[in-house]
Design a protein around this ligand. Structure first.
Ligand code: BGC
Length: 417
């Protein structure tokens, strides 16, 4: 890490000299990384900044998917008190940039050569009007299953390769008296599961037609009805207390051997690692059966808000340079469960699931099978995302049958567009 720190420092000094020589201030960071695994990853970032004399003012707002964090952010900005840096996803970054609220990171991006190493799919969100406005810290993906290996071994269940095998495996677990599917009934978690289920039914093209292009024929067609049927099946494998449960408590059920599977983004891996569990030995990671080849991604980025003082600007530049250094991208993502947001980071430090995540991302990107996560704000803007959340959650809770849910999806999306 030291070599990179030296280079980073010189970049930051050059940036500061080009404005006025200012002492970097503390950074106030708004984020939703409040689970054990997330906090461990955040610690890597805090420590890195601390080693450069930059203090951290914490502004945590819990709630996966960041909806609550975005509400708090809006209130802060409206009150004229924007934080220095904000964890943000996909289209939210673009919306804040369109409001003119974000600072310009072009100088640090040019000095560090971000254009050449950040994948285009991420740059689409990190840049607005050709200017860098956010620094991507990772790439997560949502179409993963996390499994307790000893439960599967005990029941003689092999890693399921198809949707039908997955259902058969969950049936065997349920029959054994354990919980088959650990789930937390919160809209963003239902939607996260839906990302993988929609891919398992119709693959990349169907997913894009529905969630990116918002094609009514895809949103309301037979494949979408099938996706909602699969959600009904999944619901039948959750325990009675799933409603409102936080995602990390659902992960804990798999970690503790109470439940066999969780469908969740790879931030779940951070919980397993934080509990001292080892992939391949204690737990398995595999793509939602039927969705292999496609990666539904989301990237946490730090957007830097417009700040007046030179010291705050210097701190933002240091933080952005820090986040983007290859050594940091490796150290952070190894803990977080995600994979690096730049293409030139070696995979040596990553465990088997991380290596698979990196390989899947590269292969999906080369094959045109990298899609933005609907659930995590990378397929469409918040209004559309929230409209889809409402229908998916209502259906999951039994308010609509599968056919009615697909119909409702068409009208909800139409109204939100
Ligand atoms: C973020 C992850 C986070 C997860 C759960 C997602 O939206 O991208 O970084 O761990 O929410 O909080």
């Amino acid at each position: 890490m030291r070599g990179f720190c030296g280079k980073k420092m010189s970049v930051v000094l050059a940036l500061m000299a080009s404005t006025t020589m200012a002492q970097a201030e503390d950074v106030e960071v708004l984020h939703w990384w409040t689970s054990g695994g997330e906090a461990a990853a955040l610690g890597v970032l805090k420590d890195n900044l601390a080693s450069q004399g930059i203090g951290w003012v914490d502004m945590p707002v819990s709630g996966g998917g960041g909806e609550a964090a975005m509400t708090t952010l809006r209130a802060r900005v409206t009150a004229g008190n924007a934080p220095t840096a904000v964890q943000m996803l996909g289209f939210d970054i673009q919306d804040w940039a369109a409001e003119g609220a974000l600072g310009n990171l072009d100088a640090v991006a040019a000095a560090e050569g971000w254009d050449a190493v950040v994948p285009g799919a991420l740059q689409a969100f990190s840049k607005y009007d050709g200017h860098w406005i956010a620094a991507p810290v990772n790439v997560h993906s949502t179409n993963w299953v996390w499994a307790n290996k000893s439960i599967l071994d005990g029941l003689g269940i092999a890693q399921p390769k198809t949707w039908d095998e997955f259902v058969a495996a969950m049936t065997a677990v349920k029959d054994s008296g354990k919980v088959a599917l650990a789930h937390g009934g919160q809209a963003w978690q239902d939607a996260t599961v839906f990302d993988g289920v929609v891919l398992s039914v119709g693959g990349t093209d169907f997913y894009k037609a529905a969630f990116v292009d918002l094609d009514p024929a895809a949103l309301g067609g037979e494949q979408m009805v099938e996706a909602f049927r699969r959600m009904e099946i999944l619901r039948s494998f959750a325990d009675d207390n799933f409603s409102g449960r936080d995602w990390n408590l659902a992960s804990a059920m798999v970690i503790n051997g109470e439940a066999a599977f969780q469908i969740m983004g790879d931030w779940a891996k951070g919980e397993f690692l934080n509990a001292g569990k080892v992939p391949g030995q204690d737990f398995l990671c595999f793509r939602v059966p039927g969705s292999e080849g496609t990666v539904s991604f989301n990237s946490d980025q730090f957007a830097m808000f417009n700040v007046a003082s030179e010291g705050a600007k210097a701190a933002q530049a240091t933080m952005a340079a820090d986040i983007m250094s290859p050594a940091f991208q490796s150290a952070f993502n190894v803990v977080k469960g995600s994979v690096p947001a730049r293409t030139d980071v070696p995979n040596d430090a990553f465990d088997a699931c991380g290596k698979q995540g990196m390989a899947d991302l590269a292969a999906a990107s080369a094959a045109g099978k990298l899609v933005g996560s609907m659930a995590h704000g990378h397929a469409n803007r918040a209004a559309v995302k929230n409209a889809i959340y409402d229908v998916v959650t209502a259906a999951f809770n039994g308010e609509y049958d599968a056919a009615k849910a697909a119909n409702e999806l068409v009208s909800a999306v139409e109204a939100a567009k």
